[in-house]
Design a protein around this ligand. Structure first.
Ligand code: ADP
Length: 861
């Protein structure tokens, strides 16, 4: 094997330090990749694989031009890869031997800063997880673009997965000896780029941002993340904000599957925002508002005071239509201050963005004035009394032109009068150019050549151009010949060259000086970064709340109220997403009434009748209420839930690729073990993924367990009609069904949920709707009749029931497995006696007493 060239040696040395990243190696105007990197990049980016050298020693190679490298990098990052950018760090002209090269930055999915690689309305979090000896875990997250940091402690791996999933992070930082089994579990649920960091000591520079973290575990978790950030960014990270400690208990817990299932932020099948709850609620007008809304939807609150504060604000925004819309108009002109602040500290902001900053700040007086008009307390609530960005606006107004270029290296950014030295150079340049224009006029006059002109190019500088036809009219020796073109000659004069030197020197100096001035302005603006982050946070909150008001106005939502007695009383509730997908007015609103004695609803009804929609409707209304938004109903009284669980029967869940019955059971276990009486459980067709008796038996056992042990508010939809008889035995369970009627032999779904059980399941009608071949549906009708006849015969004959069917019997032990008259169970009596004992007669109004007696009487009948 031939010796490597010095350059390849340099490449291999650097590559050895960045094994898990593509090494973009700068060679002239290209970034080149070699060996496996080249082969993989050629495949992923669909670019040509070439080679360096000959025969056996040929090294696979591919490259991208440096000026368009960004788009290739974006594609690799989106695919979850990391990229080490290796640049030339000395001037090739001055280099002795191989030009010195270094990795100047490591791009990874969780640490990108470049606007073109980011989603406007989404945070780009990097997460880290640390496992501790006691089995607990720390989870930290940081968004480098906004400087936001947070950390929490959780007790099990499921919660780790939920926290990482809630952050939407694409990259996870762990220790190099992280438990492989646990990592595999995380990776089975989430697609993540894994990175390693073992350093847990933190530089004292960051003491202040960690000041709030008292526990060592929290500090360690965050330090891992921060050390990784420093290694990848290779610069100071002044814009990082104080780390927020939060407890997962301060939010409504919705596990990963339930979130996906309820389509809170993206749809289940296509993973798109459109069609999710978030898309309905998002009427924010700023990117930062959009990001905050997503966070709120991911983490609804559980503290009633906090929820009600949001709702009160939404109410005020709602009742001031004109002021709100004027406010939102102003907000529309506010740029993404949060990310702008990030780029200011990071040193990547340009002059155009500083103008955006100025224009945003200039909106503030109008914004505050609208807020004050809506509520006099709004100003004090959101803005500190010493709020003033006058100084900053003034600095930017004096220093930067209104429409500067994107590049900060080519001048044209700084206003006249801001810096005397710059003005002098500008004068020299302007005067020089004026002198040249005068020279052109003078030479035309003196030579009589009207077409004589003075031009400029980068190679020859300024020149006098005379067309070939006019050369004869030029006095001999007037100019010095410089260049011959086909149709013209170009000349210079010593005077012209002298002026040229002055102009070019001034321009070069101007560019450098402008850049230096820009950097110093940027440094001054940096002083305001923390104020700007605070302002960004305030404005995003206002944007989300005003957006909630706008959405509530548009869709006629109402303000929910909360009940300490865990009562649900939703009148004319609607599914916020489904109602927008069908023709206006076609949505059939439904009530949900759940309280003591009615905390589980068993929902039956034909397929496609609207069972799932009804269940999800309640969950979404609850999530919306706890997020602080109004809800789609005419009235809504709700408990504050601590957790929401949603399980879908395996047969319904095929599209998500997780159709196994085992997954369904694992998820159900999770709900049954984690839920409390303050939780909401939705079980949709549970037990469907196995044989009928198996499924039915499990369904019943699950219902009984929730009823007796968990006592959570539960909606359970099923196609096992046999389960409806459970109403007789389980005090808290009530049957409801989604109605359908037959009209001219066709089934019509009314989508109306009413008390009582459905009479049949209409499966064959649905098959007809789906236009299954008529032969099939006719035959099915025939078979159904036969089955029903056999069943009737069996019942009348009272044949002995086989042992295992008896074991699975859905009825009380002393009952035959046929539903006859509903019987009052012992539980009902016990419950009523219990209630009677608890009733505080002296504090009961006559009406309430009559209602109670009536309820008990109903139950005893
Ligand atoms: P099921 O769970 O009973 O099979 P779904 O809840 O999936 O039925 O509802 C089937 C379809 O019926 C929904 O996609 C929706 O278009 C429509 N639908 C459901 N509920 C309603 C309603 N309350 N009003 C109008 N249309 C509804």
């Amino acid at each position: 094997m031939a010796q490597h060239t010095p350059m390849m040696k340099q490449y291999l040395d650097i590559k050895a330090q960045y094994q898990d990243a593509f090494l973009f190696f700068r060679l002239g105007d290209f970034y080149e990749m070699f060996y496996e990197d080249a082969e993989k990049a050629a495949r992923e980016l669909e670019i040509t694989l070439t080679g360096r050298g000959q025969g056996e020693d040929r090294i696979p190679m591919c490259g991208v031009p440096h000026h368009s490298a960004n788009q290739y990098m974006t594609r690799l990052i989106e695919k979850g890869y990391k990229i080490a950018i290796c640049d030339q760090v000395e001037d090739p002209k001055l280099a002795k031997g191989v030009v010195k090269r270094e990795v100047v930055k490591l791009l990874t999915p969780g640490t990108i800063m470049d606007g073109s690689m980011l989603q406007e309305k989404e945070n780009n979090y990097l997460c880290s997880v640390s496992q501790f000896e006691d089995g607990s875990f720390g989870v930290a997250r940081s968004d480098l673009t906004t400087g936001e940091n947070a950390v929490t402690l959780v007790s099990d791996i499921q919660e780790v997965i939920q926290e990482v999933a809630a952050s939407g992070s694409k990259e996870l930082v762990i220790s190099s000896d992280f438990n492989a089994v646990i990592l595999a579990q995380v990776q089975a649920s989430l697609k993540l780029t894994i990175s390693y960091e073992d350093e847990l000591e933190l530089s004292s520079t960051y003491d202040t941002i960690c000041a709030r973290l008292e526990q060592q575990k929290l500090k360690k978790t965050f330090s891992r993340l921060l050390n990784y950030l420093m290694k990848t960014q290779k610069r100071s990270l002044d814009h990082l904000q104080a780390v927020d400690y939060y407890s997962a208990d301060s939010y409504l817990k919705i596990d990963l599957h339930s979130k996906r299932n309820l389509e809170l932020t993206e749809t289940l099948r296509e993973k798109k925002k459109q069609g999710s709850l978030l898309s309905i609620l998002d009427d924010t007008v700023t990117a930062m508002g959009g990001r905050l809304l997503k966070k709120w939807v991911e983490r609804p609150l559980v503290n009633q005071i906090e929820i009600e504060e949001r709702l009160t604000n939404v109410d005020i925004f709602l009742s001031h239509f004109f002021e709100r819309e004027e406010l939102r108009d102003q907000l529309r002109h506010v740029y993404d201050l949060e990310r702008l602040a990030g780029r200011i500290s990071y040193g990547s902001v340009n002059a155009r963005e500083l103008v955006q900053l100025k224009r945003s700040l200039q909106r503030m007086p109008a914004i505050i004035s609208q807020l004050k008009q809506m509520d006099p307390h709004f100003q004090g609530k959101w803005f500190s009394s010493e709020y003033s960005y006058e100084e900053l606006i003034d600095l930017l107004e004096r220093s930067i032109l209104d429409d500067p270029p994107i590049s900060v290296k080519d001048g044209g950014m700084i206003r006249d009068g801001f810096n005397e030295e710059l003005d002098t150079y500008r004068d020299a340049s302007v005067n020089g150019k004026k002198w040249i224009a005068a020279l052109e006029r003078k030479e035309r006059e003196e030579t009589g050549i009207k077409s004589l002109k003075i031009g400029y190019n980068k190679v020859f500088g300024y020149y006098i151009e005379v067309t070939r036809a006019n050369i004869a009219n030029l006095p001999e020796g007037r100019y010095e010949r410089k260049q011959t073109l086909t149709n013209a000659e170009r000349y210079v004069t010593p005077e012209l060259k002298e002026k040229e030197a002055i102009i070019l020197e001034a321009e070069e100096k101007m560019e450098q000086l402008e850049y230096d001035l820009f950097v110093s302005i940027r440094e001054q603006v940096k002083e305001y970064v923390h104020d700007l982050q605070q302002l960004a946070h305030t404005l995003s909150e206002i944007d989300v709340l005003a957006g909630f008001a706008a959405v509530s106005d548009h869709h006629h939502y109402v303000k929910p109220s909360f009940s300490a007695e865990r009562t649900i009383a939703v009148k004319a509730g609607r599914h916020p997403v489904v109602e927008t997908m069908i023709n206006k007015g076609d949505y059939v609103a439904n009530d949900v009434h759940m309280n003591d004695g009615r905390s589980m609803l068993l929902i039956t009804g034909p397929n496609m009748a609207g069972k799932s929609t009804y269940m999800r409707q309640l969950a979404l209304i609850s999530v919306m209420a706890q997020t602080g938004c109004f809800v789609p109903a005419s009235e809504a009284k709700l408990p504050i839930f601590d957790q929401v669980f949603t399980r879908i029967g395996a047969a319904d869940d095929l599209a998500s690729g997780q159709s196994t019955f085992m997954v369904e059971m694992l998820e159900t276990k999770y709900a049954l073990t984690k839920a409390t009486q303050n939780s909401l459980i939705l079980l949709d067709e549970i037990g469907r993924g196995t044989s009928t008796y198996d499924g039915m038996a499990l369904a019943q056992a699950i219902i009984e367990f929730i009823h007796d042990k968990v006592k959570a508010k539960t909606l359970f939809s099923t196609h096992y009609h046999e389960l409806t008889s459970l109403e007789n035995d389980l005090f808290d369970l009530k049957n409801v069904h989604v109605s359908a009627i037959e009209e001219d032999g066709k089934v019509v779904f009314l989508h109306k949920v009413i008390d009582g059980q459905a009479d049949r399941s209409y499966g064959i009608y649905v098959a007809e709707l789906a236009e299954l071949p008529k032969q099939v549906t006719d035959r099915a009708e025939q078979l159904l009749e036969q089955f029903e006849e056999t069943a009737v015969k069996t019942r009348t004959k009272q044949e002995p029931v086989s042992e295992d069917i008896l074991q699975l019997s859905l009825f009380a032990e002393d009952e035959p497995p046929i539903k006859e008259k509903p019987q009052l169970s012992k539980q009902h009596e016990k419950h009523i006696i219990e209630k009677l004992k608890q009733t505080d007669v002296l504090n009961l109004t006559p009406i309430a007493a009559i209602q109670l007696i009536n309820e008990w009487q109903q139950r005893l009948r």
